[in-house]
Design a protein around this ligand. Structure first.
Ligand code: COA
Length: 164
């Protein structure tokens, strides 16, 4: 049987343990998962596309079957170019459902052959979001429970840079 590739798209500003949890779950189902870092000019990010991509690479070194790329444009276009059969999204709580439902339907209209597959996050990560991590860190909160060490270090470097 041909290898099954899925894309896991997101902004990942920054990559959290919650994202890694979803990625690990997806790797139990798909042979290969491409983490597709969206370039969205309308979304202001703390980390540049290159920084987000490099951080994910560092944080997923130990995982087999993962690739990381950045992409500008429709996610389904990338999926079609790569021959991916599915898009992976994480569900943390019921409130995620509305937006995810709409995005999945839009993507299905755009590319009927590509399925969106949802994975439920572990309960310890159900309340983590990238903006919560950025906010907590800005006010000197300890975010080491939420993000891997390289992300903590990158957040510290950003803060030092901005505080100077
Ligand atoms: N762990 C931690 N955080 C999680 C999470 C998890 N398991 N699952 C979702 N999130 C959070 C993120 O941290 C982020 O939180 P924040 O906004 O508070 O920082 C939020 O959920 C949404 O992030 P994300 O999943 O990255 O979605 P997005 O809307 O920022 O990006 C793309 C999704 C990449 C698909 C989109 O931005 C994009 O690039 N689209 C291109 C155009 C396209 O194809 N659109 C779809 C069809 S019209």
């Amino acid at each position: 049987m041909a290898e099954q590739l899925a894309l896991y798209p997101g902004t990942f500003d920054p990559f959290t343990y919650g994202h890694r949890d979803i990625l690990e779950r997806a790797l139990r189902v798909f042979d290969q998962v491409e983490v597709t870092v969206g370039i969205n000019a309308e979304k202001e990010t703390l980390f540049t596309t290159e920084e987000r991509t490099a951080l994910i690479r560092t944080c997923t070194e130990s995982l087999t079957g993962v690739s990381i790329v950045s992409h500008e444009g429709l996610i389904v276009d990338r999926a079609e170019v790569k021959g991916a059969s599915a898009l992976v999204r994480g569900l943390r709580q019921v409130s995620d459902f509305d937006a995810e439902f709409r995005m999945a339907f839009a993507n299905r209209k755009l590319a009927p052959d590509i399925e969106t597959v949802f994975f439920m996050t572990s309960e310890e990560y159900a309340l983590i979001s990238s903006s919560m991590v950025r906010d907590a860190h800005r006010w000197d909160g300890d975010v080491s429970k939420f993000v891997p060490p390289p992300v903590v270090e990158a957040l510290d470097r950003k803060k030092t840079f901005h505080d100077d």
